[in-house]
Design a protein around this ligand. Structure first.
Ligand SMILES: Nc1nc2c(c(=O)[nH]1)N[C@H]1C(S)=C(S)[C@@H](COP(=O)(O)O)O[C@H]1N2
Ligand SMILES: [Mo]
Length: 347
């Protein structure tokens, strides 16, 4: 007599089913990992950083399984009047935020580009993901219990987590393949997950402000670029004095989920610094907007960055940072400071 497949499967699943506290703590660990790795992706703009993005996606899929296990165990309590307490409401909220974070993340990677008012699905994903951290901490603190030591069967635990990760990786590959075969909007996302904006020039990509930065349009007559800090000779350039002449293609990739490849024209920062000279020990260059918004680059990287006056053959529009904006290839969009008025060399 052969082994009955259904009974065998039930046995295997029974063997693999993790103890409740393992599920709870794993959910917590993954939520923290997702928040940290998600935030870290904001600092990664070059293709070499792909493992971080992939780890984030695979761990997210593992979280789906763990949430499923958790719901199978406690789902009844959420709807049962008799066991309902105030803390149940927060559990329901936590569940809702978790599903929203996972759902928006997965829909985004499948290429869906709907907006909730002006928010992209990716922005909602980020918001929900960050909200989830305190919620899960709170949730865990109301029923704080470490897994009992004796309850840990190492081999079984390793097998569980191994399967979870392999499963997540397989699903992720499957989705990539589906995106590719369907050749829909999910297929031409960048490694960062961003979707393309293909038109050339000012109207080809959105005007985006990460912070509430909204200066009045700048009249170049009253504007100048100051180059100061650890330089041999501080200088000020009027718009017409800028040694504009360098052209470069570079991808602007905003963390709200779009990217655009444009041809930028402007001044190479290295050329400005060659004019002012740089003092010994200078390590960074800070780019400061008229609004006070600022970002720094290591000096060698800064020399190769561009301060652009033009995009796609057009003078920059006000929204895109006229008269001068930083073009920092390989950096995410929020570092591309707009309306630059000061370049500060720092040690
Ligand atoms: N001064 C200033 N620069 C800024 C921002 C801002 O809010 N203020 N937003 C940044 C963000 S988040 C992005 S994605 C890019 C967007 O550039 P764009 O508006 O030309 O598309 O500018 C960056 N530079
Ligand atoms: Mo951005």
């Amino acid at each position: 007599m052969g082994v009955r497949p259904v009974a065998l499967l039930a046995n295997v699943l029974d063997y693999l089913r993790p103890p409740p506290r393992h599920v709870d703590w794993s959910i917590f660990a993954i939520v923290v990992f997702e928040a940290a790795s998600g935030l870290l992706t904001f600092t990664v703009g070059t293709p070499a950083g792909w493992p971080l993005y992939r780890a984030h996606r695979i761990a997210g899929l593992a979280l789906v399984v763990l949430l499923g296990l958790k719901l199978a165990r406690v789902g009844g309590r959420l709807v049962d009047r008799a066991t309902w307490r105030v803390s149940t409401a927060l559990s329901v909220l936590t569940l809702f935020v978790a599903l929203a974070a996972l759902g928006t993340g997965m829909l985004w990677t499948s290429g869906l580009d709907v907006r909730l008012s002006h928010w992209t699905l990716l922005s909602v994903h980020v918001g929900m993901g960050l909200a989830l951290v305190p919620l899960v901490i709170w949730h865990l603190s109301t029923r704080f219990a470490l897994p009992a030591r004796g309850s840990i069967d190492r081999r079984r635990t390793a097998l569980r987590y191994g399967l979870l990760l392999v499963g997540g990786a397989a699903v992720y590959r499957g989705q990539e393949l589906a995106n590719h075969l369907l050749d829909g909007p999910g297929a031409d996302r960048r490694f960062t997950g961003s979707q393309p904006r293909r038109e050339v020039g000012n109207d080809g990509f959105p005007v985006t402000a990460w912070v509430a930065d909204d200066p009045d349009p700048i009249d170049v007559e009253g504007w100048s670029l100051e180059v100061t800090g650890s330089v041999e000779m501080p200088l000020e350039f009027s718009y017409d004095e800028l040694p504009v002449g360098t052209e470069r293609e570079a991808v602007l990739d905003c963390t709200s989920g779009w990217y655009t490849l444009q041809r930028w024209r402007g001044v190479r920062v290295g050329e400005l610094l060659a004019t002012t000279g740089v003092q010994e020990g200078a390590s960074h260059v800070r780019f400061v907007s008229v609004t006070g918004y600022r970002w720094s680059l290591p000096i060698d990287e800064a020399r190769n960055a561009l301060l652009a006056t033009h995009v796609g053959g057009e003078a920059l529009s006000h929204g895109h940072g006229a008269p001068l904006r930083l073009v920092a290839p390989g950096r995410r969009g929020f570092q591309w400071v707009k309306w630059v008025a000061r370049v500060e060399v720092r040690r």
